[in-house]
Design a binder for this molecule. Structure first.
Ligand SMILES: C[S@@+](CC[C@H](N)C(=O)[O-])C[C@H]1O[C@@H](n2cnc3c(N)ncnc32)[C@H](O)[C@@H]1O
Length: 275
């Protein structure tokens, strides 16, 4: 099984430049199995033959392998912590140092729900304190289709289901079957394609340098084998400022090598501060 999966992955890498070889085997097996029935294949070998002659199937497979599920205010407790503690602390520290710029990176941002959520919270906090800050939010993903959807910023009810009514009314325009994010939030986030396994760059190219105050990398690491998680962590760690915050997904923790280099902010959620 592993051999045919590797052949499929090598083919995807040669044809489209997507490298899924670091993904966990069980996850790959499950995802490729999902493609058997729609392509009327009885085995992975048969599916590979189908893939070789149906280029449109490649997009469907890549789409299934990238797993870009997300939504606004996903795992609401994390966002409450960010809004109530992290953002006010960060702004206070910045004001004390007479630095009025904040740099954020959302790594593996899917269709923008995560960076936009943070943009909304920052806007709210700045409004509450009646202060002006220059906000740079860089949001990256390997999946170009996600980026296009993010830039369109038109969301379904499923995408916004965790959003509080007050924020929904304030920052979205409701249409018959979708919610459009207002330009004031849209313009706060800069999207680009960036592969977290890019050997040449540590931080998103558009950001020029790292120096981030907050890095979010949620529900990305879980899909990768430990060696590959390490490669991602090297980037996250190097891009973060000292004292900066790393926000992981609910099922994720810093890998062994980095455990002592971070302090957990609170046991309730996966927010870590770089020592
Ligand atoms: C499950 S989504 C997580 C979205 C969001 N962070 C959240 O927690 O709601 C995982 C995202 O990681 C992206 N991804 C997977 N491999 C990647 C890689 N090598 N480089 C950058 N992004 C990647 C996928 O395209 C997908 O959008």
């Amino acid at each position: 099984m592993e051999q045919i999966i590797n052949e499929i992955l090598n083919f995807l890498r040669e044809q489209r430049g997507y490298d899924f070889t670091g993904n966990r085997l069980l996850m790959l097996e499950r995802r490729i199995t999902k493609r058997l029935s729609p392509t009327k294949s009885n085995s992975f070998e048969e599916y590979f033959k189908y893939l070789l002659i149906h280029s449109e199937e490649m997009d469907k497979l890549i789409n299934d392998l990238t797993i870009n599920v997300s939504n606004f205010f996903r795992n609401p407790l994390v966002w409450e912590y960010l809004a109530k503690y992290i953002l006010p602390i960060l702004l206070e520290e910045k004001k004390a140092r007479k630095n009025n710029s904040i740099r954020i990176w959302s790594a593996g941002c899917a269709s923008g729900e995560e960076p936009y959520t943070l943009a909304i919270l920052l806007k709210e906090q700045l409004e509450k304190e009646n202060i002006n800050f220059t906000i740079h939010i860089f949001a990256t993903d390997i999946d170009i289709n996600s980026q296009l959807k993010a830039e369109k910023a038109s969301f379904t009810f499923e995408d916004i289901k965790n959003t509080k009514l007050g924020l929904l009314k304030k920052y979205f325009i409701e249409n018959s079957d979708h919610f459009e994010l207002k330009p004031e939030i849209k313009k706060m986030v800069k999207f680009s394609k960036f592969d977290l396994f890019d050997n040449k760059k540590y931080s998103p190219p558009g950001s020029i340098f790292g120096s981030f105050d907050i890095v979010l990398c949620r529900n990305v690491l879980i899909y990768f084998k430990p060696d590959f998680q390490k490669k991602i962590f090297d980037k996250l760690f190097r891009s973060l400022n000292r004292g900066g915050y790393l926000v992981l997904g609910e099922a994720e923790v810093p890998i062994e090598k980095y455990r002592s280099k971070f302090k957990r902010f609170d046991k309730c959620c996966k927010i870590y501060q770089k020592r």
